[in-house]
Design a protein around this ligand. Structure first.
Ligand code: CS2
Length: 396
């Protein structure tokens, strides 16, 4: 049996990597929560199985998870598990990479600096840099987060950390394939818990997609329906700029127009047209091979967004905007001057200013900087600076 060690056990991992691995059979997954014990405690109560409620298709009980380690309780157990795994994977969200706007590791970041000083570790990067130095057999590190070239940026972040900490990772032993992941997975609500009877249930949509660069250091599960490709970039840009770009646009503009859910925002004619236009503008930036699929893909996305049963909250998508905007909207704006992308960026700015005016603390790793910038008279330039887009003020 093969073993995956997975960092970050939020709903997305439980609806995506765990579902694929469960369906593949023959492998198990040990999860790692970096800080909180809540997921471990909840799942341990039920033998680490849980219900995946696939909207329209029914419930699948996922049994591939065999244990969950809480890193803050016992870092040593995580390092031992890193030694044994065939694949180390991660869904720690955009902010879990601690990157600067240019996608390189932020060595000044508080948590990275603490890890470099020898604490914890508290971050995925700290664990990988220290854990991989102990490896004497090949391992694949598989990022499953929404980031451009997620594998390559993770590799470069781990190498930067290792250099700064004077650690040596044997370069031939570790592979970091890029991957595009997709499955819309909202947070679990009380209604989902009540209907399924499982307090750890995860709601998700029937659609899922996983495209992975065919660059593994060792064995991998027989994941069903995964596309292994030479180059992930075309698929990744299609998904990040069209799906996630439209999601963020709908989130900020939708919240500003008093909507609560994605299906409400996409039913608003003004926002629907903006989302449609953004997808068309984003599609024009894609490599030729995926451009032909773009109109069908855009139509399918609108249908996915219209799904009322998912009850996908806009404020969930609005989180961590400083980390999401660059690859979702800024790149499209910079490459095309897209009015729809500019409206999305403007909606984020308006949202930051409005939340700050109301004294609401934003859910964002740069919340303090956003609050300071949003309260100034030159809020637009200040906020654009936080997402590496100070040069784009004329479009906003
Ligand atoms: C969403 C994503 O919360 C968000 O920012 O845009 O989680 C989105 O649902 C997934 O990437 C879909 O694959």
């Amino acid at each position: 049996m093969g073993r995956i060690l997975h960092f970050g056990l939020g709903n997305f991992a439980r609806a995506h990597l765990l579902d694929y691995t469960d369906r593949a059979g023959g492998w198990d997954v040990v999860g790692v929560s970096l800080r909180s014990s809540a997921v471990r405690d909840g799942l341990a109560n039920q033998g680490f199985t849980y219900d995946l409620c696939v909207q329209g298709q029914g419930v699948r009980t996922i049994k591939a998870l065999s244990n969950v380690l809480v890193a803050s309780e016992d870092p040593g157990a995580v390092f031992s598990a890193m030694d044994e795994a065939d694949i180390i994977s991660a869904t720690v969200t955009e902010k879990g990479y601690h990157l600067k706007a240019d996608n390189t590791l932020d060595l000044q970041d508080e948590e990275i600096a603490a890890d470099l000083a020898g604490h914890g570790p508290g971050t995925l990067i700290g664990y990988l840099a220290r854990g991989l130095t102990q490896r004497d057999r090949p391992v694949t590190v598989l990022s499953c987060d929404n980031r451009v070239e997620n594998g390559a940026v993770l590799r470069s972040a781990v190498i930067s950390f290792a250099q700064a900490a004077d650690l040596r990772i044997e370069p031939g032993l570790v592979r970091f394939p890029n991957a595009m992941v997709d499955r819309i997975t909202p947070a679990t609500t009380d209604a989902v818990r009540a209907i399924s009877g499982d307090p750890m249930a995860v709601p998700t949509e029937p659609f899922s997609e996983w495209v992975i660069e065919d660059d593994f250091a060792g064995p991998r599960p027989e994941w069903p329906d995964v596309q292994f490709v030479k180059e992930v970039a075309p698929h990744e840009l299609r998904k990040l700029r069209m799906l996630n770009g439209a999601h963020s646009l709908l989130a900020y503009a939708g919240l500003m127009r008093n909507h609560t859910f994605v299906h409400e925002a996409i039913a608003d004619p003004v926002l629907r047209e903006l989302a449609r236009q953004l997808m068309a503008d984003a599609a024009s930036t894609l490599p030729e091979q995926v451009q032909v699929q773009a109109p069908t893909y855009a139509a399918a996305l609108i249908t996915r967004f219209e799904n009322p049963e998912l009850a996908h909250r806009l404020d969930q998508i609005a989180m961590d905007g400083s980390q999401k905007l660059p690859y979702r909207l800024i790149d499209t704006l910079r490459e095309t001057g897209s009015k729809a992308a500019a409206s999305g960026v403007r909606a984020w700015i308006d949202y930051c200013i409005s939340e700050t005016d109301q004294g609401v603390a934003l859910n964002d790793p740069k919340a303090d900087e956003i609050r300071r910038a949003a309260g100034r008279s030159d809020a637009i330039t200040g906020l654009l600076g936080l997402v590496g887009a100070e040069d784009l003020a004329e479009f906003i």
